[in-house]
Ligand binder design. Sequence first.
Ligand code: AR6
Length: 175
Amino acid sequence: MQKVVAGVTVELVQGDITAQKDIGAVVNAANSQLRPGGGVAGAIHRAAGPELEEEGVPLAPIKPGEAVITKGYNLPNSHVIHCLGPVFGADKPEDKLLADCYKNALALAEEHNLQSIAFPAISTGAFGYPIEEAAEIALKTVLEKVKTLRNVNLVRFVLFSEKDLKVHEKVLSRL
Ligand code: AR6
């Protein structure tokens, strides 16, 4: 599913964040230390190779809502933007912190003259954010922020499961 807002395509696909060959920067649902870990972070580090951790660790620690950028190494993408999402029920206010992840990631992509960016559903795995609430925040934040973008013209959400894709499609068709 796609929606074009202010000249920017916002699209939803089911897939693996490490297999987005046509995208400039993929977003990592990182941990504060920018170490591999599990989920998205584990998959991104495995695909990128050890240099990703070597570049990332000196940039750590990052706080919930923050984002930093590294190169993509063996990934098909020139860059990785690492965001630390809030732990649901612990990092407050979690809605603002989750929105900050998306805003800060888009700002970094802009600064680095990237034309496309792909997000996983930050905080909805190990960090426990309910997918319906997270989808609403993510999509609302991106639809608002795209109005200010000059370089980025494609924002892709890569959802791991069919259920997560359906949830996002429902929210995007309503917004
Ligand atoms: N591609 C796309 N989405 C994925 C992939 C993938 N390869 N793998 C998992 N997902 P999570 P978080 C989905 O746990 O909640 C790590 O251990 C997954 O189904 O990766 O922000 C880090 O080290 C879920 O919907 O991120 C941190 O400590 C979503 O991506 C912590 O987990 C996010 O799940 C971060 O937790």
